[in-house]
Design a protein around this ligand. Structure first.
Ligand code: ADP
Length: 274
C-alpha cells in the first residue's frame, strides 16, 4: 500500500522512483529487524529468571531435609521473582509510553512533587549505601504533560544515579526555567558521583536492553529499559534527554521539557485551565 502511494506520487520523476522505493524498503526492513531483535531480547530476558526459578524449585525439593539450604534457595527464588516482576512492569511501562499520546491527558505537573516522589522511591536503596540526596530550584515550576509518564522518567534517572554510584556519595537534582525560542523549558538535571559512562557507551545507553555491564545492572535489579522509557517520554512531550559524563567521576542526565503555560504546551484546553 505504502509503496503504491509512493510510486503514484513520484512516477513522473522516472529513475528517482526506484531510489525512493529502495529507501522505503530499506527503512521497512530496518524497522522489522529492530522489532525482531526486541522480541528476541524480551524472550531471552524472560527466560533467564524463569529458568533460574525452575532450577531453584528443583533444588528446594531435593534439599527438603536441610532447612538451611531450603531457606537459601527460597531467598534466591525471591530475587528471581522480583527480577521477573520488574521486567514485566518495565515492559508494560515501555509499551504504554510508546502507544499512549501523553498530551491526550496532559495537565500542569508540579516539579517539586515529581522530585519528592522520585527521591522517596529510592530512599531505601540510597540509605543502605549512605548516599545523600539533595534537590534545589524546584519551587513554583510546572511541567506540561502526562503526570505518570513524567514521574516514571524522572524516577528512572534518580534510580540509576543511586544504582551506579558508590557508597557515601551525593546525588543532586536541580531544576530551573530556561528561556528558549518557541516557549520556555524546564530543565531538570540529575547529577551523581558514580562510575560514569564512556563516550562509546553514551551513544547506546538509550537503546532498549543496552547495558554497559549486564551483571552489574542485574545485580541492582536493572532491566536495561529505563533509559529507553526516559528517552521516549521526553521526545513524546516535545522535549529531550541528554547526558554528560566523565568515567570514574560521575554523570549528569538532563531532561528538558515544556513548561506549563508556555507557548510549547499544545493542549487546546491549556489556557482555559489556568
Ligand atoms: P538499567 O536497568 O540497566 O539501569 P537503563 O536503561 O536505565 O537500564 O540504563 C542503561 C545502562 O546505562 C545501565 O545498564 C548502565 O550501564 C548505564 N547507566 C545508566 N545510568 C547511569 C548512571 N547514572 N551512571 C553510570 N551508568 C549509567
Amino acid at each position: 500500500g505504502d509503496a503504491l502511494a509512493v510510486s503514484a506520487r513520484v512516477a513522473p520523476l522516472g529513475s528517482r522512483l526506484v531510489l525512493l522505493l529502495v529507501e522505503d524498503l530499506t527503512e521497512a526492513r530496518r524497522i522489522e529487524a529492530v522489532r525482531r531483535d526486541f522480541v528476541a531480547n524480551v524472550s531471552h530476558e524472560l527466560k533467564t529468571p524463569v529458568g533460574a526459578l525452575s532450577l531453584l524449585s528443583e533444588a528446594v525439593m531435593d534439599a527438603a531435609d536441610d532447612p538451611e539450604a531450603v531457606e537459601r534457595f527460597a531467598g534466591r527464588m525471591q530475587t528471581e521473582a522480583t527480577r521477573l516482576t520488574n521486567l514485566v512492569q518495565e515492559l508494560i511501562d515501555l509499551s504504554r509510553v510508546q502507544n499512549d499520546d501523553p498530551l491526550e491527558d496532559a495537565e500542569p505537573v508540579r516539579v517539586d512533587e515529581l522530585v519528592t516522589e522520585a527521591i522517596d522511591r529510592c530512599r531505601h536503596q540510597a540509605g543502605t549505601k549512605q548516599i545523600t540526596m539533595a534537590a534545589g530550584g524546584t519551587a513554583d515550576l510546572h511541567l506540561w504533560g502526562n503526570r505518570g509518564q513524567l514521574a516514571a522518567a524522572l524516577g528512572n534517572l534518580v534510580e540509576n544515579a543511586v544504582n551506579y554510584s558508590p557508597a557515601r556519595t551525593r546525588v543532586g537534582i536541580a531544576a530551573r526555567r530556561v528561556n528558549a525560542p518557541g516557549g520556555d523549558l524546564i530543565e531538570i538535571a540529575v547529577t551523581d558521583q558514580g562510575i560514569g559512562i564512556s563516550d562509546k557507551d553514551k551513544e547506546r545507553i538509550f537503546e532498549r536492553f543496552y547495558r554497559v555491564d549486564p551483571a552489574r545492572s542485574r545485580a541492582t535489579g536493572g532491566t536495561g529499559l529505563g533509559l529507553a522509557i526516559v528517552k521516549h517520554v521526553a521526545a513524546s512531550h516535545g522535549g529531550e534527554v541528554t547526558v554528560w559524563s566523565s568515567e570514574g567521576q560521575g554523570s549528569t542526565f538532563t531532561l528538558r521539557l515544556p513548561e506549563a503555560g508556555s507557548a510549547r504546551d499544545r493542549g487546546p484546553q491549556s489556557t482555559a485551565e489556568r
